[in-house]
Design a protein around this ligand. Structure first.
Ligand code: AP5
Length: 218
């Protein structure tokens, strides 16, 4: 299974990518997670990416394309992958196409997550994240077992620096200007599949599982 999860910030791509990758036994490749890990461990790439991310702007294409190219070579992708948050610009989509072609493989589907702007803002402003293992929670919709503590690794949860009101606004604007054109890009290539992602986490997961079942590798 080789799929892309496309959609505005906060629509639930990461939450579903985790679950689908587990269910279908494929790799989850999240450029946001990879970049946050680079920032946390203060690698040269992380130091370069941090100021873009804090402001809610996109990190330069060459940086993220390099990250994804490296990940796609990993043996964990042998069964397939879910790309979460990549591609995000037309040049990134073109680069992905070239990398996959050079490997003799192609995308199966691009799922376009759709949620109202109001819900997106509510989901982002209530999100709490684990800085260590990147698990995400929500103060109303996905509460951890112990308030403020990661279920998975026990680390104290934090609010992401780009989940502040001003950064959220920038991210939504950047999405409209730079990422939304990918809807048409993939529609023209007959890969786009719209998903009403406004239901609960469980409802959306069931919808996605059904939609992606044809691509399961047995
Ligand atoms: P990234 O981490 O990719 O952020 P994003 O795309 O803005 O997506 P989010 O992680 O904010 O949202 P999501 O859709 O994954 O939602 P989630 O599942 O967490 O990127 C961060 C930054 O890195 C970018 O701004 C940029 O600077 C840089 N970057 C990353 N990729 C890049 C690229 N390709 N090119 C250039 N720069 C790049 O859910 C959100 C909340 O809602 C959670 O609290 C969750 O619990 C809750 N929730 C989820 N589903 C539901 C539901 N069904 N009902 C109710 N609540 C729900």
């Amino acid at each position: 299974m080789r799929v892309v999860f496309l959609g505005a910030p906060g629509v639930g791509k990461g939450t579903q990518a985790d679950r689908i990758a587990g269910q279908f036994k494929v790799a989850k490749i999240s450029t946001g997670d990879l970049l946050r890990e680079a920032v946390r461990t203060q690698t040269p790439l992380g130091l370069k990416a941090k100021s873009y991310m804090d402001q809610g702007k996109l990190v330069p294409d060459d940086v993220v394309i390099g990250l994804v190219r490296e990940k796609l070579d990993d043996p964990s992708c042998a069964n397939g992958f879910v790309l979460d948050g990549f591609p995000r610009t037309v040049p990134q989509a073109e680069a992905l196409g070239r990398v996959l072609t050079s490997k003799g493989i192609a995308l199966d589907q691009v799922v376009n997550f759709q949620v109202s702007r109001e819900d997106v803002v509510r989901r982002l402003s209530g999100r709490r994240s684990c800085p260590k293992c990147q698990a995400t929670f929500h103060i109303d919709f996905a509460t951890p077992k112990v308030e403020g503590v990661c279920d998975r690794c026990g680390e104290p949860l934090v609010q992401r620096s780009d989940d502040r009101r001003d950064a959220i606004e920038t991210r939504l604007k950047v999405y409209d200007e730079q990422t939304a054109p990918l809807v048409r890009y993939y529609d023209e290539r007959k890969l786009l599949s719209p998903l009403d992602a406004s239901g609960t986490v469980e409802v959306v997961f069931q919808q996605l599982s059904r939609a992606l079942a044809p691509y399961r590798v047995t």
